[in-house]
Design a protein around this ligand. Structure first.
Ligand code: ARG
Length: 456
């Protein structure tokens, strides 16, 4: 078939132009959305009298055939297929002469915007449910570890002991916000651009409300210029995925630390770890490292695409064709990372004895000792200084910390109970706090939100 604009041009395109312009290698994955959009469009054309019922049916039948050619992989592309839109239209026109009417009142500018919204809506919906599956894994692990506890850290220094479930759910809550963000992005992108034409609407009696409804959009565009220029939803999706990727990276980083010999907090399942080609003793947390590594690429897609958008005048510019590759890659990357990390976390074993031993280091109770003094009426600043001095003396070799506490006139034997292994973690019962009792409330709230977000 000749170029779409063959009427206007005398010669054919240069090879380099064709290759640069060709988006088929990546936009072919939108074939289902292109066909769906075309069905809605041709149905509307018939309803407003721009094609007759016979032509509509011929086109719909041809679209069905094209769809099955794609699904059984018998669809044959030809050299002049510049993108998925031209390929589908070319094939429909080969199947039926009525195909020549399919592009009535439509431009690839509103067509591609429609297809990509449909694609993104479906994809983000799927990713959302994979995030929820991962949250369930965290919830299940949090439930199964019971009252196990470990040191909580600030500055990567042991700070105060917390329930292991508390730590696991902390990551779960970050993922809840990711789910919310995906929902909000889906809600905002759910506006149909179809009927905007190339940029200005049409002199033909199109009905954009009808196509919007047929495609399950909540509304149609209000401004045709905006409709074909707007790629905010791509940028938003890239941001949502970049931040989700950053969350996965932070989870990955902790798993890497925890799997190290020095921490020794977790054991990795063989199926979700790798060995070394040279060092037989090694078991490596590659998935966690890739989760950490892939986040860089996701951030790159976001900043790259923002740069693509920033200088564009209204309306459609070919630069916008650069929306798909980062978006597709970001979705693929997040999907795979989520699945792998989820498998890794669901098969982890926790070395809860080692965690407890670290958490029960006498110094971990330092804040509890200061709070014990506060309960006797001492101002917190003074209490902090009393305990701080004992820590300093113990570290200087004046005696074991517990002995110094017992000998302290402010603390003494009565305060020693605070240092009993496992005591410290139990004491922080404030709402949202790290004790097992506080965490049991949190577990229920987290589970309830998951049910709510799943919609059952
Ligand atoms: N392949 C193009 C894209 O992905 C489709 C729109 C082309 N429109 C145009 N007027 N050349 O953006």
């Amino acid at each position: 078939m000749a170029e779409l604009w063959h009427g206007r041009f005398e010669g054919g395109p240069a090879e380099a132009l064709q290759e640069l312009n060709n988006s088929l290698p990546f936009d072919r994955r939108m074939y289902a959305q292109d066909i769906e959009g075309s069905r809605a469009h041709v149905t509307m054309l018939a309803d407003v009298g721009l094609v007759d019922a016979g032509e509509r049916d011929d086109i719909l039948t041809a679209l069905d055939q094209v769809e099955s050619e794609f699904s059984d992989q018998s669809f044959e592309f030809v050299a002049s297929d510049e993108d998925i839109h031209t390929a589908v239209e070319r094939r429909v026109t080969e199947i039926t002469p009525a195909g020549g009417k399919i592009h009535t009142g439509r431009s690839r500018n509103d067509q591609v915007a429609t297809d990509l919204r449909l694609w993104t809506r479906r994809e983000l919906g799927e990713l959302r449910s994979i995030v929820i599956d991962f949250q369930r894994v965290l919830l299940d692990q949090a439930r199964s570890v019971g009252d196990a506890y470990l040191p909580g850290y600030t500055h990567l220094q042991q700070a105060q002991p917390v329930a292991l479930a508390h730590h696991l759910l902390a990551h779960g809550w970050a993922l809840s916000r990711d789910v919310q963000r995906l929902d909000q992005t889906i809600a905002r992108l759910n506006v149909s651009p179809l009927g905007a034409g190339a940029l200005a609407g049409s002199s033909l009696p199109l009905d954009p409300d009808a196509t919007a409804a047929a495609l399950g959009f909540t509304s149609r565009f209000e401004n045709s210029l905006d409709a074909v220029s707007d790629r905010d939803y791509v940028a938003e999706a890239l941001f949502d995925l970049a931040l989700l990727g950053v969350h996965l990276s932070r989870i990955g980083e902790e798993l890497i630390l925890w799997a190290s010999t020095e921490f020794g907090f977790i054991g990795l399942d063989d199926a979700f770890s790798t060995g070394s080609s040279m060092m037989p003793q090694k078991k490596n947390p590659d998935i966690a490292e890739l989760a950490r590594g892939k986040s860089g690429r996701l951030i790159g897609h976001l900043s790259g695409f923002m740069a693509t958008l920033k200088g564009l005048p209204l309306t459609y510019n070919k630069d916008l064709q650069e929306d798909k590759e980062p978006l597709f890659d970001a979705c693929d990357t997040v999907r795979l990372t989520l699945l792998a990390l989820s498998g890794m976390v669901s098969t982890l074993t926790f070395n809860t004895e080692r965690m407890a031993a670290q958490a029960d280091s006498p110094y971990a109770a330092a804040t509890d000792l200061a709070e014990w003094l506060v309960k006797t009426g001492m101002p917190f600043r003074g209490a902090h200084a009393v305990v701080g001095q004992l820590v300093r003396r113990a570290l200087a070799g004046e005696g074991a910390f517990a002995d110094l506490v017992a000998a302290s006139p402010d603390l003494g034997e009565a305060a020693i109970g605070v240092m009993t292994p496992g005591m410290s973690v139990q004491s922080r019962t404030t709402p949202g706090g790290g004790s097992p009792t506080a965490v049991s409330v949190q577990l229920e709230r987290f589970a309830a939100i998951l049910v709510e977000q799943t919609g059952n």
